[in-house]
Design a protein around this ligand. Structure first.
Ligand SMILES: Nc1ncnc2c1ncn2[C@@H]1O[C@H](COP(=O)(O)OP(=O)(O)O)[C@@H](O)[C@H]1O
Ligand SMILES: [Mg+2]
Length: 284
């Protein structure tokens, strides 16, 4: 059996998960290698499974990335999942299915109702690593940022800034083969008054492992079940990360469902790489 872990030239050395996955494959006698998704020399059809990993440079080239995904016969997660998941408009569908998400307004323009909040976040629906994302206290800034994204042909999202993120962070829950593996805490990344930055490359602190509450487990499962229903799938996804924040009333809200190229935080898990490799073998 042979597998490719798809990365990007600029990011393969920054992906902490890859070495653990290579080790877990070697332990099982599986041939595994890192391959760069836009390298024309790679014969993707030669692998029993191609796993999307650190392809973190796709956001400005989404069409090219989706065309590549469609061309790889044994891709995980599959092309239809990736197409759906790389544009955060999917959150609308999750909300319609009853999944609690952060209150979101789409493509707002000057004068639109944005609710009564102390702070807002404006971001594009296609993004990763907080690019083109900012936290604002002034309504004028919110309108201007949203208008700039729309003028650039993008879809904008406007949300209240969820205050608990500053102390509690986000809870990222990892599922492999549909089964919960581990969870971590991610610290806040948007600083007050900072505006739009393109160079946010870390959270300035290491993630910590976290034991999700029953309520968090319930919302994460609900989000994954809704996804299977929306996409007409009957099997759990090979990998999924459900990112949750906590509302003012203490209930969990989905901030993002990462089914494309999530950091899996394997170095901060006990046996996560082993569980993912077993799930890969079970599917390939
Ligand atoms: N409504 C919000 N309230 C608080 N923090 C937010 C909010 N939206 C985004 N953030 C912060 O910005 C980061 C990036 O936003 P996210 O929606 O996860 O997009 P991506 O990770 O794809 O860039 C989050 O990890 C979080 O720290
Ligand atoms: Mg995120």
């Amino acid at each position: 059996m042979s597998i490719a872990l798809a990365s990007a030239a600029d990011f393969r050395d920054l992906d902490h998960d890859l070495p653990l996955l290579l080790d877990a494959a070697a332990t099982r006698g599986i041939q595994a290698e890192i391959a760069i998704w836009d390298d024309p020399a790679v014969d993707w059809s030669s692998y029993d499974a191609v796993i999307v990993r650190s392809c973190w440079d796709y956001t400005n080239r989404r069409d090219e990335f989706l065309a590549w995904a469609a061309s790889v016969p044994t891709l995980h997660n599959s092309h239809d999942v990736i197409r759906w998941n790389t544009d955060k408009v999917y959150l609308q569908q999750l909300q319609e299915a009853g999944v609690p998400i952060i209150e979101t307004r789409w493509d707002i323009s000057e004068g639109d109702d944005i609710g009564q909040h102390d702070e807002w976040v404006v971001k594009p629906t296609v993004s990763a690593g907080s690019r083109d994302t900012a936290r604002w206290t002034s309504r004028d800034d919110v309108y201007a940022h949203s208008a700039a994204l729309v003028a650039a042909g993008r879809t904008s999202m406007t949300q209240p800034y969820i205050a608990s993120v500053d102390d509690e962070g986000e809870t990222a829950m990892l599922f492999f083969g549909g089964t919960f593996s581990h969870a971590i805490r991610k610290g806040a990344i948007l600083a007050k008054g900072e505006g739009v930055r393109q160079d946010r490359d870390g959270r300035g602190e290491n993630p910590l492992t976290r034991n999700p509450t029953d309520a968090q487990h319930a919302v994460a499962r609900q989000a994954l079940a809704a996804t299977d229903q929306i996409l007409g799938r009957d099997a759990g996804l090979l990998y999924a990360r459900v990112d949750l924040v906590t509302a003012a009333d203490g209930s969990p809200l989905v901030i993002e469902l990462e089914l494309t190229e999530p950091s899996l935080f394997l170095p901060w898990s006990d046996g996560g790489a082993e569980r993912l490799m077993d799930a890969i073998v079970a599917r390939a």
